[in-house]
Design a protein around this ligand. Structure first.
Ligand code: GTP
Ligand code: MG
Length: 364
């Protein structure tokens, strides 16, 4: 389905370091040099899900196939990007194309790493980026609405609807509020098609120094307070640590994280938060060959969920045998769940729930 998260922020805040750690490659060059990332780098990342192992064990599956999420490493934006500063327009185009934004904020002090604004201040940095994105959104809407208003006067109903959609967004942006604060109820999809950067969901990632990876620091606490006020999500990571962790094997990884007082890798938290940000849900298929996770959006009905596996499954959909994850584990598999009356036969209208273990019946 190709959902993706764009990694956005000022230059030198650790975006590529985080991206590299995420994709466990060195494909995006991380260097102490503003604009070292010129082309957007795209990487697919497995979504860690501890439920997979349990299911595979019960189902005696040979293989585990996690679902995946795409990340895009975007070059640093600077003050004035909306007016074209620092290759601004090119980078803004990269941001328009992503589904969600991961906004990396520098929360570590290091005199060797240049800060384009002179010193560490994540709230100021967040405001610089947000302002540039809002100015660019406002500019693009103001340009588009002129032609639409003319058409609307000529009784073009489609154009009139677009004008009505854009007006509250323009009003919010002029007030210095991101477009996501002014999306009219039920118009989420129509707004999404406008490709505004500030209508996309955002996750703040605070990049702290190693010593603060477990607890956060005063900078990241300020970001958390701001995010709470906005209803946005926050994850605290140390990109430098994550880069090291990504080089380790599974066993060394656990030992390394334990030594730092970390329960899990920050990357896992970033991926999970990104997945949640996009409103994604996971269902499972379990068999002797493989246990596999599949991604759907919240609210997806059974036939459309089946289409993620194969279009024929949707076309020939009859029903799906459904066991909730908890029941599958409690009753040790499908047979046990059936005996306990926990296997349901669901039809076309069933809204698939996160964690459902499904077996589709179809006929083509
Ligand atoms: N001390 C410290 N240095 C870091 C950390 N994260 C990144 N750096 C360093 O900061 C420099 C810039 O990191 P990058 O990941 O390339 O930054 P970027 O945000 O991708 O920068 P642009 O692509 O230029 O926008 C590199 O020298 C990194 O090693 C961190 O958590 N602590
Ligand atoms: Mg970079």
């Amino acid at each position: 389905m190709g959902f993706n998260c764009g990694i956005v922020g000022l230059p030198n805040v650790g975006k590529s370091t985080l991206f590299n750690a995420l994709t466990e490659t060195a494909s995006a060059q991380a260097a102490n040099y503003p604009f070292c990332t010129i082309e957007p780098n795209v990487g697919r990342v497995a979504v860690p899900d501890p439920r997979l192992e349990k299911l595979a064990e019960i189902g005696k599956s040979q293989k585990i196939l996690p679902t995946s999420l795409e990340f895009v490493d975007i070059a640093g934006l600077v003050r004035g990007a909306s007016r074209g500063e620092g290759l601004g327009n090119q980078f803004l185009a990269n941001i328009r194309e992503v589904d969600a934004i991961i906004h990396v904020l520098r929360c570590f002090e290091d005199d060797d790493i240049t800060h384009v604004e002179g010193g560490v201040d994540p709230i100021r940095d967040a405001e610089i980026i947000e302002t540039e994105l809002m100015l660019a959104d406002l500019d693009s809407l103001e340009k588009r609405i002129v032609a639409l208003q003319k058409k609307a006067k000529g009784n073009d109903r489609e154009a009139a609807a677009q004008v009505a959609l854009m007006e509250p967004l323009i009003a919010a942006l002029r007030e210095g509020q991101p477009a996501r604060t002014a999306i009219p109820a039920g118009q989420e999809e129509a707004v999404r098609r406008l490709q505004l950067m500030t209508s996309k969901p955002v996750l703040y990632v605070c990049n702290v120094e190693e010593a603060s990876a477990a607890t956060g620091n005063d900078f990241s606490k300020k970001v958390q307070a701001r995010a709470e006020a906005e209803g946005a999500a926050v994850v605290v990571v140390s990109a430098a640590i994550e880069a090291e962790v990504s080089q380790l094997g599974a066993e060394d990884r656990k030992e390394f994280l334990d030594g730092l007082g970390l329960a899990d890798s920050g990357l896992d938290r970033v991926i999970a938060a990104g997945y949640g940000l996009l409103g994604l849900r996971t269902y499972f298929t379990v068999g002797p060959k493989e246990t596999r996770a599949w991604t759907i959006t919240a609210g997806t009905r059974a036939p459309q969920a089946a289409a993620v596996i194969h279009n024929d499954f949707e076309r020939g959909f009859i029903a799906c045998e459904t066991v909730a994850y908890e029941d599958y584990v409690r009753y040790q598999g499908e047979a046990g769940a059936k005996e306990a009356g926990k296997l349901r036969i669901e039809g076309r209208d069933y809204v698939v729930q996160d964690g459902d273990v499904l077996l589709f019946r179809f006929n083509v």
